[in-house]
Design a protein around this ligand. Sequence first.
Ligand code: 48F
Length: 259
Amino acid sequence: MALDEIKISRAILNRFLNKISDCLELDVAIVGAGPSGLMAALRLAQKGHKVAIFEREISIGGGMWGGGMMFNEIVVQEQGAAILRDLGIAIEDAQDGYYTADSVECTTTLASLACKAGVKVFNLITVEDVLVRDNRVTGLVINWAPVDILGMHIDPLAVRAKYIVESTGHATEVLKIIQRKGDTKLFTDTGKVIGERSMWADVAENTTLENTREVLPGVFVAGMAANATFGSFRMGPIFGGMLLSGEQVARLIDERLNS
Ligand code: 48F
């Protein structure tokens, strides 16, 4: 068979357009493919929900690839180790309740499991705005990341979703967009993103779970964004809280979708 470049191009275009067109109406739209977003997506898809992740970078995995200061290993505590074991990721006992895992194996396995569970991942897409109806966030406004990076004046497209997961990490980008537009107040003490504090792994890991919750109607915050939103600490390269937060947000949204 002689390969035809036009057929190759048409195959890509047709398949991508079918995929994104099918994802214009979702149960859950997740912003950010870091560990918390990937974990949330995997668990929600395993429950049978229609889920897509929108990620600005070409690569998924967020801050997990880099381990700690580019030493590409991560640390988890017992509960995080249980999740990694369950996902089939090799862990090593670093003693006293600390475990290590290869950050590349963690990221690739998590991403692969999420895709195989039915999650659609749209990389190179930036969430630049949201849809708000009757004080509830009902969707995302998306554009190609290079359009955003170059500041080109090109109008975006929109995706409707029953629930949004804000898992953009330290930046809390989606919530900052919402507060900038002034459409609604967050469920924080100030009504705004409070901002993250310095590193304190012990406290931060626990508050990540407390802070993984609905932050305004239709939007749940997970991962590092949860602590940044509610004014807690950062934790550095310990990732159990990120995985647990992803599971927790999936549980909370699953309950809502089933109620
Ligand atoms: O930062 P990130 O890995 O978030 P996370 O799941 O995990 C945090 C840890 O990596 C680490 C930590 C310790 O555990 O503190 O930092 O909370 O991933 C966030 C992803 O969101 C993407 C960004 O490129 C990254 O991959 N992102 C951020 N803003 C946008 C976005 C946006 N507006 N649109 C699309 N993607």
